[in-house]
Design a binder for this molecule. Structure first.
Ligand SMILES: *[C@@H]1O[C@H](CO)[C@@H](O)[C@H](O)[C@H]1NC(C)=O
Ligand SMILES: *[C@@H]1O[C@H](CO)[C@@H](O)[C@H](O)[C@H]1NC(C)=O
Length: 255
């Protein structure tokens, strides 16, 4: 599969290669964006027609990761491509990752429930007689553990859904053209497409109101059963993401 537009695009676009999050947001959160993609089976007329597993399959989807290139090729891309990523309130992002990967548990990604959840439970569950699937407090203890790396290494690539943006996107090393916000995606997405020189090729349809806005009630609900000490450890790890991207500190959870 290829981006139909790739040959005649004025600016080259670095999509996904640097930061998995960006295309996730554009292809996934929007769910309606109209792009023309092509693969062996033909052309996808709309985002809705693209099978979800294909979006994640870099062997098949024509969106190779930056790390699959040689060093000169990487340097060339970092110098000349249009680079962007989209951030979200760090704690709301973790709630979303937890829901998407462990509660909804997409059928095409069974390893979240069958491999990753048990590994987290084995190390981080407090109540050993509790047999429920991964709970939010297990997940938070894992993420806030200063020694989380040990399990990260075992889990591998899926940690992109909960690693910090600082770790994932190297915003201090890579000169991004734009860093957008999920909370203002309605405005940021068309702006990014315009700046990338793609607005005549790709349209970003309206997002249903309220979907991208920060929801404090939801954050309060999810964190209501979590101890202050654990929230503080989590916050210590994600503080860079709060600070760097202009998010208010979650004082209501910390004090
Ligand atoms: C541990 O989990 C079991 C099973 O859900 C429950 O019956 C028990 O009350 C829990 N113990 C504590 C200390 O929460
Ligand atoms: C915010 O989250 C709460 C709890 O999950 C939900 O009931 C409510 O509808 C959400 N508000 C909006 C505006 O989506």
């Amino acid at each position: 599969m290829r981006w139909l537009t790739s040959e005649n695009m004025r600016h080259q676009c670095l999509l996904l290669a640097v930061c998995g999050w960006a295309v996730f947001m554009l292809l996934f959160v929007s769910k309606f964006i109209t792009l023309s993609l092509r693969d062996k089976e033909g052309e996808f007329k709309s985002i809705k027609d693209i099978p979800e597993p294909l979006i994640h399959n870099h062997e098949r989807n024509g969106l190779p990761r930056l790390s699959s290139y040689s060093e000169p090729e990487i340097t060339k891309r970092l110098k000349t491509y249009f680079k962007f990523f989209i951030v979200r309130d760090p704690f709301e992002r973790l709630i979303s990752a937890f829901k998407d990967k462990f509660l909804k548990n997409p059928r095409f990604e069974p390893w979240y429930r069958h491999n990753i959840a048990p590994a987290i439970i084995q190390k981080y569950r407090r109540n050993r007689t509790e047999t429920k699937g991964l709970q939010f407090d297990d997940f938070i203890r894992y993420l806030g553990d200063p020694n989380h790396k040990w399990l990260d290494v075992k889990i591998g690539e899926p940690i992109i859904h909960w690693a910090t943006y600082v770790e994932l996107c190297a915003p201090c090393e890579i000169k991004y053209n734009i860093i957008g916000h999920h909370e203002t995606l309605e405005k940021d997405a068309p702006y990014i497409l315009k700046k990338a020189g793609m607005s005549n090729l790709v349209s970003y349809p309206p997002i249903p109101p309220g979907i991208t806005a920060y929801n404090r009630t939801k954050v309060e609900q999810y964190f209501s059963g979590i101890g202050k000490r654990e929230i503080k450890r989590l916050h210590a790890r994600f503080q860079g993401d709060f600070k760097l991207f202009g998010y208010d500190e979650p004082e209501f959870l910390l004090n």
